[in-house]
Design a protein around this ligand. Sequence first.
Ligand code: FEO
Length: 170
Amino acid sequence: MLDKKVAELLNVQINKEFYSAYLYLHFSNYYEEQGLKGFANWYNVQAQEERDHALLMITYMQNNGAKITFESIEKPQAVLSNNMDPLKAGLEHECYVTSLINTIYEAAYNVKDFRTMQFLDWFVKEQGEEETNAGDLIKKMELFGSDPKSLYMLDQELAGRVYTAPSLVL
Ligand code: FEO
């Protein structure tokens, strides 16, 4: 059985990961409306990854006999009025998620829950990658976003992102 506090935090995190997927679908839809299908694809793949994060946590909790409660998923809050807005909101959101993962890790550490710490190690690494990816997108938009031809090329690049299942197997 998982520690009560650790299980509570993981249960909340399931909701946060589904919210992340919802937020990224919001971003994807914004870019679809702008005709930037590569950006839309990039965030659509990101949304799939976030759903995977939630599913991994569900499986982990089930495998450890923890009760799961599914709560309502919040409406995406980000107001999007230009092509940079989703990218900046995305980085801010990933930094927030990193802080949430760290809080769960700390709770597991405090009760010597080494199994959960090992499970979360994958997420700690994943958050590092996601912050880097989000920051890189901002840099690219700063460099190329104001020139239509460059923006087109960047959109083509992002169209090439394909979904791959998570490397973590439970
Ligand atoms: Fe599941 Fe982007 O963190």
